[in-house]
Design a protein around this ligand. Structure first.
Ligand code: AMP
Ligand code: MG
Length: 429
C-alpha cells in the first residue's frame, strides 16, 4: 500500500494505547491485519462492476471463434489480385454477399470475389479481404486497384485468445473493460467478492440536517454525506445513518442497529483527546475491541479502529465481526483519514490492494510548514508537475478542501519546505 510516497518514517512504534504516536504505515498495517475478505458470491455480469473476481475467467471458445473480416470489402484469394494496380486493375465477378451474423456456409470459387462485411465469416477458400476503399465498390463485379497480401484484413480464430485460456485472474477488479472480457468469454455470472456495504454515522449535538434551518451554535452535517460519497468513490455501497446525538447511552445501540447490514462501519466525531462529550470513544472503549490511538499525521491525529459485533468464535457458523473506523470530527481530518486508512480497508474487504491513492512527484510553487514529528497532508492544487498549497489549511476549512485535488505530503522530519522543492503528492479521486 502506498501511504504518501518515498519519505517513509518509522521512528514511531505501532502503539497500542493513547500514549505513543503510531506511524501512518504501522497504523495501516494494523488495520489490514484485522480485515478478512468478504465471502464470494455469484453475481450476474450487470451487477458485478466494481466487484473483485474470486475465480479465474477462462475463454469458453477461442476468441474470435471463427475467421472473419476486419473491414467491409471483398473476400478473395490473394493470388487472384496479386497483379492489381491503379493502371491495371483486376476485375472479379462478385458471387454473393456475407453480412455480420450470417451463419450460412460459403465457399469462394477461385477467380471470383464475395462481398463481405466487418465481423462476417470469411468464406472457405478465401485468404484475404480487399477493403472496399481499394475498389470501385462494384455489385455484380468489382474492380480492384491494389493487391492484398494473404491474411489482409482477416481476424483469425484464436487471434485474441485460445479456447480455455485464462482471460481474467482471481483478484482482478471488474471495470468496464473486464466486464466486456467476461461477457465475450460467454459468462452470464461470475464469482466475486461484492462491493462492501458501508454505513456512515455522524455524531454531535451541533449537527443539523442540511436543508433545515440553522440556529447559532449548530452546523449542517457534512461529514456523513462526504464519507458516504467517498466510500462510493472507493467502490463501496454506502448508506448514511441519521445524525447520532452526543448521548453516551445512544451510541452503541445506534451502531448495533447497523451491524446487520454493514460490512464496515464508519463514525465521525466524538473521539477527541478526552472530555465527556467524546461519546464514541467512551461507548466503544467498554467493548474492548476498538483501539484508540494517535497517529503521527496532520490532519487526522486521533484515530480509532476495531471490530465489533462478532462472537469471536471463528470458523463455520461464527458471527462475523464488523470492522469499525472512528474518524475525527473535523471534516478535513475525516476526509484525509478516510483516504489514508479506509480506502485500503475497503479494498482488503474485496481481497484487493488497489485502492491507495496514486502518488506523483511535483514541485511546490510556495513554501509550506508542518509540525515536527508528524506527516502533513496539505491540501493543494496539482497542475501538471507543479503543486500549489492552498492558503486555508485548517482542519475545519471545508471550503478549501473543496478546491483541492491533491494532498501534499510533508515528511515527519520536515518543519518547512521552500518553494521549488520536490514533494510527494497524492492525487485525490
Ligand atoms: P469532535 O471530533 O466531535 O470533537 O468534532 C470536532 C469538530 O468537527 C467540531 O468542530 C465539530 O463541530 C466538527 N464536526 C463534527 N462532526 C461533524 C460533521 N458531521 N459535519 C461537520 N462538522 C463536524
Ligand atoms: Mg463531537
Amino acid at each position: 500500500m502506498t501511504s504518501g510516497g518515498s519519505h517513509s518514517h518509522d521512528g514511531s512504534a505501532a502503539g497500542t494505547g493513547d500514549g505513543s504516536l503510531s506511524s501512518v504505515e504501522a497504523y495501516q498495517s494494523a488495520i489490514l491485519a484485522a480485515i478478512t475478505p468478504l465471502a464470494p458470491a455469484s453475481l450476474e455480469l450487470a451487477a458485478a462492476e466494481g466487484c473483485v473476481l474470486a475465480e479465474d475467467v477462462t475463454a469458453a471458445v477461442a476468441l474470435p471463434s471463427f475467421d472473419n473480416s476486419s473491414m467491409d470489402g471483398y473476400a478473395v484469394r490473394a493470388a487472384d489480385v496479386a497483379g492489381a494496380s491503379k493502371d491495371a486493375p483486376v476485375t472479379l465477378r462478385v458471387t454473393s454477399e456475407i453480412a455480420a451474423g450470417d451463419t450460412g456456409v460459403y465457399r469462394l470459387v477461385p477467380g471470383t470475389a464475395i462481398k463481405i462485411m466487418t465481423g462476417a465469416q470469411l468464406p472457405a477458400g478465401a485468404d484475404a479481404v480487399v477493403p472496399v476503399e481499394w475498389t470501385d465498390d462494384g455489385i455484380a463485379q468489382v474492380r480492384i486497384r491494389r493487391p492484398a497480401d494473404p491474411g489482409n484484413a482477416v481476424r483469425y480464430t484464436g487471434g485474441d485468445a485460445a479456447e480455455g485460456e485464462t482471460l481474467l485472474s482471481a483478484g482482478t477488479r471488474l471495470r468496464a473493460m473486464q466486464i466486456a472480457v467476461a461477457a465475450s468469454a460467454g459468462r452470464k455470472s461470475v464469482s466475486v467478492r461484492p462491493r462492501p456495504r458501508v454505513v456512515v454515522l455522524s455524531t454531535g449535538n451541533e449537527l443539523t440536517e442540511p436543508g433545515t434551518p440553522l440556529v447559532p451554535g449548530r452546523i449542517w452535517d457534512s461529514n456523513s454525506y462526504m464519507i458516504a460519497a467517498a466510500a462510493r468513490e472507493a467502490g463501496a455501497v454506502a448508506y448514511r445513518r441519521a445524525i447520532v446525538p452526543d448521548d453516551p447511552a445512544g451510541v452503541l445501540p445506534a451502531l448495533q442497529e447497523q451491524l446487520i447490514r454493514a460490512d464496515l462501519l464508519i463514525t465521525t466525531g466524538g473521539v477527541s483527546m478526552g472530555g465527556e462529550h467524546d461519546v464514541v470513544k467512551a461507548a466503544l472503549r467498554e467493548l474492548g475491541t476498538v483501539t484508540f490511538r494517535k497517529v503521527a499525521m496532520q490532519p487526522g491525529m486521533p484515530q480509532g479502529f476495531g471490530v465489533i459485533g462478532g462472537d469471536g468464535a471463528g470458523g463455520v457458523g461464527a458471527k462475523r465481526g464488523v470492522p469499525i473506523f472512528t474518524l475525527p470530527g473535523n471534516p478535513v481530518s475525516a476526509y484525509v483519514s478516510f483516504q489514508m486508512f479506509v480506502r485500503p480497508a475497503i479494498a482488503a474487504l474485496q481481497g484487493a490492494d488497489d485502492l491507495s491513492l496514486p502518488s506523483v512527484r511535483a514541485t511546490l510553487t510556495a513554501p509550506v510548514r508542518s509540525p515536527s514529528g508528524r506527516r502533513s497532508y496539505l491540501r493543494g492544487v496539482l497542475d501538471g508537475s507543479k503543486v500549489t498549497p492552498l492558503s486555508g489549511q485548517g482542519s475545519h476549512q471545508i471550503a478549501y478542501l473543496g478546491r483541492a485535488n491533491a494532498l501534499i505530503v510533508v515528511p515527519e522530519r520536515e518543519t518547512r519546505l521552500p518553494a521549488d522543492d520536490e514533494v510527494d503528492v497524492l492525487v485525490l479521486p
